[in-house]
Design a protein around this ligand. Structure first.
Ligand code: TGC
Ligand code: FAD
Length: 401
């Protein structure tokens, strides 16, 4: 039986020594991404800018680091473990949720369906250039009137007598939409046709006639991410544009599992960045002749943020280990996406309060993370939808409608 050590010093960034649960390879990969974020992502905001842009300028660098389609194998992808992918998401989101979003959408939402459900031609045509960051992908599921209930989508895919597909409709809130070279678009087939009205996925080159992607402006969240509408005005595609391996809602929902997994890790990065910012500020800021870190109420906030972040990180790591072992179930992904994003948002709000008035400026990263997390709370299944997925899992009763 071991006697607890009395440490001379504890690492405030990793009080539970979670790093000791990671292999050398995992630490190496994690530290590489951490350095990249410090060198390339953090300076994006150094002037306190609220820039609206896109990490697309870094796409080839992400590719060179093996971050795009990182947990897929073959076709130029890195073939990393799920845990390694998750750890990378944590580091990217410690920089900015929009940067993690870019990598999530490319790898988990655009490359994954091509990799899992595409034909050999789709894979050979798109995956190597997407893995290298030379081609950008997006994922069109949500519509203006079909958000939490994507099965109610109105975008249609009709078969022409020639066998071509004709897509009509529009998608809303699509990350990377107007900078994409290829869109994976989900559409409902003709109820009287051979697909009997099932939802199918299509690989749509964005230079197809009838395709356009107007950007959505005036966002005050995820400003480092491009969000667009996709308009499909009788877009004619060859017969082989359909993903052969996906029929029904199981196809798009399987892609969401991959992205939600990355978000469960990513949220811990945003929380960590907010906690560290508040910890540093609290030791520097003097009020009543003392650093505010010396006040019991401030210490309570710092400890709550630290404990919540560490617990979330353990949860994410457990998820990663289960995914690598092939035992992960979808409600468990909902558990972690729901709880870790809510945790990160709470940590961000608490950190904001520790920074006082300075907390409302973009001189510090906290309010940027806080605003970003409002989107992360909503996308990839809202907090309420994940609550209901878990509610159904434990009661056996669906309470969605
Ligand atoms: P339901 O009738 O329950 O199921 C239909 C079929 O799908 C299967 N299924 C799943 N398969 C894989 N993974 C999952 N997580 C699955 N959940 C269900 C199910 O077994 C069934 O299969 P089969 O073969 O029997 O037909 O489905 P439903 O239509 O009632 O929907 C349930 C619900 C509400 C949970 C689902 O619609 C949902 O998750 N809604 C939330 C929508 C959402 O998350 N949208 C995300 C859009 S993408 C995005 O936000 C990107 S953000 C990008 C960024 O990171 O920047
Ligand atoms: P709604 O579904 O209208 O929900 C509104 C509110 O009602 C929410 O609080 C919700 O939880 C609640 N609600 C809905 N149904 C229920 C219910 N049954 N019970 C209880 N409460 C309920 N989509 C893509 O396809 N691809 C993308 O790349 C993409 N990127 C995005 C990027 C950003 C920045 C954002 C903000 C969104 C993105 N989305 C994307 C869309 C995102 O997935 C949807 O916004 C999300 O699924 C919620 O849909 P909605 O916004 O229409 O909200």
């Amino acid at each position: 039986m071991g006697t607890p050590r009395i440490p001379a010093e504890i690492d405030p960034r990793d009080v539970l020594a979670i790093d000791s649960l990671l292999s050398d390879q995992e630490l190496l990969g994690r530290d590489t991404v951490r350095r990249f974020v410090a060198d390339r992502v953090t300076p994006m905001w150094a002037s306190g800018s609220t820039r609206a842009g896109s990490p697309v300028e870094m796409a080839r660098e992400f590719g060179a680091l093996g971050l795009l389609g990182m947990h897929l194998d073959g076709y130029g992808c890195a073939g990393a473990s799920a845990t390694e992918y998750g750890l990378a998401c944590t580091e990217l989101e410690a920089g900015d949720s929009g940067v993690r979003s870019f990598v999530s959408v490319q790898g988990s939402l655009a490359m994954f369906p091509i990799w899992a459900f595409g034909s050999e031609d789709h894979k050979a045509r798109w995956l190597p250039s997407m893995a290298a960051g030379e081609s950008i992908g997006c994922f069109g599921l949500t519509e203006a009137d079909s958000g939490s209930d994507p099965a109610s989508m109105r975008t249609t895919a009709r078969r022409a007598p020639t066998g071509d597909w004709i897509l009509d409709g529009s998608k809303m809130w699509i990350t990377n939409g107007s900078i994409a070279d290829v869109a994976v678009v989900w559409a409902r087939t003709d109820p009287d046709g051979p697909d009997e009205g099932r939802v199918r996925g299509f690989v749509v080159p964005t230079d197809s006639r009838g395709f356009s992607a107007p950007e959505i402006h005036r966002k005050v969240s995820l400003r480092a991410s491009v969000t667009s509408e996709l308009v499909l005005d009788s877009v004619r595609l060859p017969a082989d544009a359909v993903l052969p391996g996906a029929s029904g809602m199981r196809g798009p929902l399987s892609c969401l599992n991959e992205a939600r997994f990355g978000i469960a890790f990513g949220a811990c990065g945003a929380a960590r960045a907010c906690y560290e910012s508040a910890l540093h500020y609290a030791t520097q800021r003097i009020q009543f002749g003392q650093p505010i870190a010396s006040f019991q109420l401030t210490q309570a906030k710092l400890v709550q943020m630290m404990v919540a972040t560490q617990k979330g990180t353990l949860l994410a790591l457990h998820l990663g280990r289960m995914k690598d072992a092939g035992t992960l179930a979808t409600p468990q992904i909902s558990f972690a996406k729901m709880d870790n994003v809510a945790m990160a948002l709470e940590v961000a709000r608490t950190a904001r309060s520790v920074l006082g008035a300075n907390g409302i400026t973009t001189e510090y990263p906290v309010i940027r993370h806080m605003n970003n997390l409002e989107s992360v709370y909503t996308y990839e299944g809202t907090n309420e939808i994940h609550t209901l997925i878990l509610g159904q899992a434990i009661t056996g009763i669906a309470a969605f409608g």
